[in-house]
Design a binder for this molecule. Structure first.
Ligand code: ADP
Ligand code: MG
Length: 240
């Protein structure tokens, strides 16, 4: 089976004048369809840099990212826009990532600008309602504003927004880190359910080992921009 995501010898260096920071240093890994891969490592180890590059929000200094065997940095603007439907991201901050002035329905529908034949009107409303129900909220919640929801509910809204283009890969960067334990657990269960129902792959970035144990099939350990270990979750966590 060819992997859904293949990262080959990826490096990202930041030249700060005073010196070069190797935020990513020759990282290679792959992710199969329907797999949840955890990426762990202390703060500053390069996890978010990896996420940003996989999402094509930043460019690598060297190396390649293949999504479904397409080199995303070799795509022209049109094709990249098209490819963007296949990968979506959920961020850490459930408060900052939703526009407070927009109703939830508009927020969730936003990525539809990537779709050529996006539904409109009643059809769009029905689609947003289905997504809200898929993440454990009510279809009618689309008429409310973000401030009317709790942190966990907002993260569900962010996940619904990510799902609207039917992505094959979800990149979650510390997506549960700002939530209290009970709510974290609910969001993890939601992500597991989405994988089971939709066969979606997840690159799950966290500094929390407990969370990794909960949902990841395999885990990659980052340190100072390097990938120092990768393997089945229990094997990696049991290793010294
Ligand atoms: P993590 O998400 O694991 O905490 P990051 O990927 O955010 O780590 O950062 C990795 C390293 O790269 C850190 O040393 C950070 O300071 C540096 N870094 C990240 N982004 C930039 C940037 N835009 N400019 C300069 N340095 C950066
Ligand atoms: Mg980070």
């Amino acid at each position: 089976m060819t992997p859904l995501l293949e990262i080959r010898k990826l490096s990202r260096h930041f030249d700060l004048g005073s010196g070069v920071v190797k935020a990513l240093d020759n990282v290679s890994l792959s992710l199969d369809a329907g797999e949840i891969l955890g990426v762990v490592g202390e703060s500053g180890s390069g996890k978010s840099t990896l996420a940003r590059i996989v999402m094509a929000l930043d460019h690598p200094t060297s190396g390649t990212v293949l999504l479904d065997q397409r080199d995303i940095f070799a795509l022209g603007p049109r094709d990249l826009r098209k490819a963007r439907r296949d990968f979506q991201m959920v961020f850490q901050d459930p408060y900052g990532s939703l526009n407070p002035r927009h109703r939830v329905g508009r927020i969730i529908a936003e990525p539809l600008h990537l779709m050529p034949d996006a539904p409109k009107g009643a059809e769009r409303r029905a689609l947003v309602g289905t997504l809200l129900e898929d993440v454990g909220l009510d279809a009618a919640d689309q008429d409310r504003f973000p401030h009317e929801f709790s942190g966990g509910q907002r993260q569900r809204i962010a996940i619904a927004r990510a799902l609207i283009t039917k992505p094959r890969l979800l990149v979650a960067d510390e997506a549960t880190s700002a939530l209290d334990l009970t709510v974290q657990k609910q969001i993890l269960d939601l992500i597991l359910g989405l994988r089971d129902r939709h066969g979606i792959s997840v690159l799950f970035i966290t500094h929390n080992i407990g969370v990794v144990q909960e949902i990841c099939d395999r885990v990659a350990v980052m340190q100072h921009g390097k990938l120092v270990e990768i393997g089945p979750t229990q094997e990696v966590l049991d290793a010294p």
